[in-house]
Write a protein that binds this ligand. Structure first.
Ligand code: PGA
Ligand code: ZN
Length: 431
């Protein structure tokens, strides 16, 4: 018997890292093992993402997920218990058919993704493999320990400060091993906290555990971060620590222009502004530099900056295979951010990774700003071999859960290589 049989599926409401409801699924197989998975939730969501089902009404300010939970405990349960399952793809296809919408809005992407992730864990267990190894085999990719991208300074929709850019990440690209990379990240994070305290700036945290000081210009954030890298004893640049930005430009895009630093930029002016930042600071990755509905600026920006930095589409691609395929044809970016809950199933997520790989794009696996202790994305980053994971600061339980899972995998599988996969021009970053 090489097909999987489920004997129970049960969901219930839990809280995410922002204290809002999300859901957890417990999926039991006929061999008596069970797997759980929890849905994360974004704040700066893309317009084309699969849609979460929220209850509305007065409880939890309308953010309850009891309707999504009920869908799992009735129609999804009935479906999963109705037959045997030869593959993850068969489960995900059936879930999509049951939902019947293009954006998973009937059952809710939060319901579907949690069931899909629990099912992937069940297939991994069924085949006697760890989740990351099962993902690697499913994709036919060599596994790799990713460079952790620590979001040490928060702005935009994730913090109450006046900083327009959402995420300032440090990436220990030059660290020799994953445990070293984690140590570098922790030391730099604490060096940054010390500098902020010395300057009388707030060390309050944003949603992803990075500091959220009362600063407004990206240059101030970049100065603080490069100083923290040096203070902690590391060099900036590819052989040491590089910087990744996620401006999440939707947030400061209004009616065709970008409001930043007290002035208004058109896409080409903003691109020039980024070019200046890339020349002045050791930036190697730039995510959502433009708004998702500014598609004409993306190819222009990628043509200008794509040989010097990784241009990552998050809200632009929303982990959607069709949108990534189109983005590759248009050379709208050279990298894709991978968030399973943006598309709703593990199979579609793996398809997007395959399309990116075949199209010569890099990929970075990502958490959401609203997280749980679920560590699925850590295994996804390792199994996909993409070489990059962003999971917030090296602080706060829901963020370090993923980094700690990477450490666990590194400890158990010491032969796994660590580091970036280079697929685009190496002429980038400064040292
Ligand atoms: P989100 O932010 O989870 O709030 O969407 C993460 C990101 O923009 O990368
Ligand atoms: Zn983003």
């Amino acid at each position: 018997m090489n097909e999987l049989t489920f004997t129970d599926v049960h969901a219930f409401q839990i809280l995410d890292s922002r204290g809002y409801p999300t859901l957890r699924v417990r999926l039991t197989s006929s061999n008596g093992t069970w797997e759980t998975a929890s849905a994360p939730s974004g704040a700066s969501t893309g317009a084309h993402e699969a849609v979460e089902l929220r209850d509305s009404g007065s409880l939890y300010s309308g953010r309850g997920v009891e309707t999504a939970v009920a869908g799992i405990n009735t129609s999804i349960r009935e479906l999963l218990l109705s037959r045997t399952w030869p593959s993850q793809r068969s489960v995900d296809t059936a879930l999509c058919e049951l939902d019947g919408t293009a954006d998973k809005s009937r059952l809710g992407a939060n319901a579907v993704v949690a069931v899909s992730m629990a099912s992937a864990r069940a297939f991994a267990t069924f085949s006697g493999q760890e989740l990351h190894a099962w993902i690697g085999n499913s994709l036919g990719q060599p596994e790799r320990l990713p460079v952790p991208h620590f979001n040490v300074l928060n702005g935009g929709a994730h913090a109450a400060n006046p900083l327009a850019f959402q995420e300032f990440m440090i990436a220990p690209t030059g660290a020799p091993t994953l445990p070293e990379a984690i140590r570098w990240g922790s030391e730099i994070y604490h060096a940054l906290g010390l500098t902020l305290r010395q300057k009388g700036l707030s060390t309050g945290l944003g949603d992803e555990g990075g500091y959220a000081p009362e600063i407004s210009r990206p240059e101030e954030a970049l100065e603080l971060i490069t100083a923290a890298i040096t203070d902690a004893g590391y060099v900036t640049g590819p052989s040491g620590v590089t910087i990744a930005l996620d401006p999440a430009a939707n947030y400061f895009y209004h009616e065709g222009s970008y409001d930043l630093n007290g002035r208004s930029y058109n896409p080409s002016q903003l691109t020039k502004y980024y070019e200046g930042l890339i020349s002045d600071y050791p930036i190697r990755s730039l995510e959502d530099p433009l708004a998702e509905d500014d598609p004409y600026g993306w190819p222009e920006l990628t043509a200008l900056l794509g040989s010097r930095v990784q241009v990552v589409g998050d809200d632009l691609f929303v982990t959607n295979p069709d949108r990534v395929r189109k983005g590759i044809q248009e050379a709208a970016a050279n990298s894709v951010l991978i968030k399973p809950n943006q598309i709703g199933t593990v199979t579609e997520t793996l398809d997007t990774l395959t399309i990116a790989e075949q199209g010569g794009f890099t990929a970075m696996v990502s958490h959401r700003s609203g997280e749980t202790e679920d560590t699925f994305v850590a295994d996804l980053a390792v199994g996909s071999g993409c070489g990059q994971l962003k999971s917030g600061a090296p602080a706060r339980g829901e963020r370090v859960a993923k980094y700690n899972r990477l450490l666990e995998i590194a400890d158990a599988f010491p032969a796994l290589p660590y580091g970036l996969v280079e697929k685009f021009s190496k002429d980038r970053g400064t040292s």
